[in-house]
Design a protein around this ligand. Structure first.
Ligand SMILES: Nc1ncnc2c1ncn2[C@@H]1O[C@H](COP(=O)(O)OP(=O)(O)O)[C@@H](O)[C@H]1O
Ligand SMILES: [Mg+2]
Length: 256
């Protein structure tokens, strides 16, 4: 019998409820999904549908009310957020920021070696090493997101959870960041759980898509099936919204 390799991430019947009694908010209800090694999986849905709550539960920042979250590898998850300005320590120089997780993970990497690692990470994400000693506020939004990505790959994770990583960026910069993520996926065999309200961006990067509405997965499948033949009226509405916004990404993504 062929042995099915366990997925990198398996979420089973995840529920997260905030508060209690009459005021309880069921943010996530019975969500199940998997991400295989090296796979880019999209989680799409309108604002308030529960995407970030799933992300935070996977990252261990929120305690599930029910269900399970299993990884088949240790120390293998990093996270990228929508607002890099808010997630980068404004008082640290960029070289220290991108190597921060190495310290948190308990690596005893000397300061000089951390700087060398930072230079390598800068090269990986297309940042000039001249900027190593700068501070986050001296960068553009797109450059700051590159710093956040460099920091995320510093521990060589197997999975990166990207929560709306391009939503605060100009459309032209969005495409650059998505292309960078795709390059890094190939180069390092990374898997992504890529979260966005924008189906066009998800379509550009992900080969499998889950659609979330009001805390639940309403449909999922290969990208082509979701984009070309959505089964749920809600998915169709997300598609219409993505096409209406009509940035260059949509042109590329929906042209085939
Ligand atoms: N810490 C919290 N306390 C109470 N309610 C929350 C909290 N975080 C999220 N929610 C609620 O949970 C629902 C899902 O939110 P969220 O996961 O942020 O959605 P999305 O990321 O898809 O926009 C929303 O109704 C939101 O108001
Ligand atoms: Mg969110």
């Amino acid at each position: 019998m062929p042995v099915d390799p366990a997925p990198l991430l398996r979420i089973t019947n995840l529920s997260v409820r905030f508060g209690s009694g009459d005021k309880a908010v069921p943010a996530v209800r019975g969500v199940s999904l998997t991400v295989d090694a090296g796979e880019a999986v999209g989680l799409v849905g309108e604002s308030g549908s529960g995407k970030s709550t799933v992300a935070r539960a996977v990252a261990g920042l929120t305690t599930p009310t029910a269900g399970s979250i299993r990884f088949n590898a240790r120390r293998s998850v990093q996270m990228i957020f929508q607002d890099p300005a808010g997630s980068l320590n404004p008082k640290l120089r960029l070289w220290a920021i991108v190597t921060e997780p190495l310290r948190v993970a308990g690596d005893t990497v000397a300061r000089k070696d951390r700087r060398t690692r930072a230079a390598d990470l800068f090269e990986s994400v297309g940042l000039q090493t001249e900027a190593l000693d700068r501070y986050p506020h001296q960068l553009s939004g797109g450059q700051r997101q590159r710093v956040a990505i460099a920091r995320a790959i510093s521990t060589r994770p197997k999975l990166i959870i990207c929560d709306e990583p391009t939503s605060a960026l100009d459309v032209s910069v969005q495409a650059q960041v998505v292309n960078l993520l795709r390059d890094l996926q190939e180069r390092f065999g990374l898997a992504y759980l890529f979260i966005s309200h924008d189906l066009a961006v998800v379509d550009h990067l992900c080969t499998r898509i889950y659609v979330m509405k009001s805390g639940e997965i309403v449909e999922s499948g290969p990208r082509e099936r979701i984009i070309d033949a959505p089964e749920h009226v809600y998915t169709q509405a997300l598609l219409d919204a993505a096409r209406a916004s009509a940035p260059p990404l949509v042109g590329q993504a929906f042209s085939g």
